[in-house]
Write a protein that binds this ligand. Structure first.
Ligand code: FO1
Length: 329
């Protein structure tokens, strides 16, 4: 079975780990299952001259077995000797922690990018080491960065734009985002293989990633949304909102920023033009309108407390998708 998934950071990576766990138990007709992941790259940031790709790295480390499990980002068994030395030189920012092992990833990536290698090939080269068990594609090889407009009485016009990571990590998204801008997205082209992976999949999955700054950004890459509308594959998503709150992260701050209610139903509405199935938590059962051309809805426990629980959610998503494939298609 060919599965394509869009993914952001921690929630998406944990869902994908569950998906691979589940697929191990699903008989194949001899051809192995193929999973392609289209990763968000608008969280990417350049620090100390190094290109950091948080969402790609979280997927790569989580599926490759090197993730710091408690954080969901960065490497396990880390040391911070380089960061201490950078601080001694007064080199900030001090609010974005880079561990020694993680820095090696950014050094390799930055060197290959500097030699002119596109991000998709760089990502494949890094995955040669980590063997995540999926084909990990950046959403685009072109630079896209999420910037957030916040109030600042000292700035011209009372507002200024800051990098997503500063809003997310230094400010904990606690300062209202007046605008969330994916800078460069209008000119971004889908990375090689992205549109084909969406069009030729047997199933397309939307893990419970941030619907604004992760999934939403990927959908904003010209051509991606059309490919999702046009694919013959059923498109099934998993709600990142449970009982009116994000399971983790701060998707509520992002949804508020775009004037959308923090609910499973409202997030489904963001994907309404291509979504065929929507998994919600049992606590949200009955809260999402169905019928007509609305997606089929199924309520299952959505807390990914461990790999097996994430696997059960992935299994439910695939089961919902299987029920949507019209037998005559
Ligand atoms: N998140 C934090 O809350 N604090 C950090 O210091 C931090 C460092 C960091 C370093 C590398 C990396 O790949 C991710 C890192 N993150 C950190 C997480 C990151 O901000 C988020 O995971 C994504 O950008 C949101 O999906």
């Amino acid at each position: 079975m060919r599965i394509t998934a869009l993914a952001g950071g921690i929630g998406g990576a944990r869902f994908l780990r569950g998906l691979l766990h589940h697929l191990d138990s699903v008989p194949t007709d001899g051809t192995p299952h193929e999973v392609t992941v289209v990763g968000n790259t608008a969280d990417d940031v350049t620090l100390h001259g190094l290109r950091v790709c948080p969402d790609l790295d979280t997927v790569m480390y989580t599926l490759g077995g090197g993730i710091h499990e408690g954080q969901g980002w960065g490497r396990e068994d880390e040391r911070f000797t380089v960061a201490e030395e950078l601080a001694a030189y007064g080199q900030g920012p001090d609010w974005f922690t880079l561990g020694d092992r993680d820095i090696a990833t950014h050094v390799v990536r930055t060197r290959l990018l500097g030699q002119g290698m596109p991000l998709s090939e760089v990502t494949a080269a890094l995955c040669d080491r980590w063997k995540p068990g999926v084909r990990l594609l950046p959403m685009s090889d072109d630079r896209v960065e999420t910037h957030v407009v916040v109030d600042d009485e000292d700035a011209e016009g009372g507002r200024r734009a800051i990098h997503f990571q500063e809003w997310w990590v230094r400010l904990h998204a606690a300062v209202p985002a007046r605008q969330i801008l994916a800078v460069g997205i209008e000119q971004a082209r889908p990375a090689p293989g992205v549109l084909e992976a969406l069009r030729e999949a047997d199933v397309v999955l939307l893990p419970p990633s941030n619907p604004v700054v992760s999934i939403g950004t990927i959908l904003g890459v010209p051509g991606v949304r059309d490919a999702l509308r046009g694919t013959r594959a059923p498109v099934v998503g998993v709600s990142p909102i449970v009982g009116g709150a994000p399971v983790r992260g701060m998707a509520d701050a992002c949804l508020t920023a775009i004037g959308v209610e923090t609910s499973a139903a409202a997030v489904a509405g963001l994907y309404a033009d291509f979504l065929d199935g929507w998994l919600v938590d049992t606590s949200d059962d009955g809260t999402v309108p169905t019928g007509g051309d609305r997606p089929a809805v199924r309520a299952v426990p959505l807390l990914m407390t461990d790999v097996a629980a994430a696997g059960a959610i992935a299994g439910a998503a695939l089961d919902l998708a299987a029920g949507l494939t019209s037998p005559v298609a």
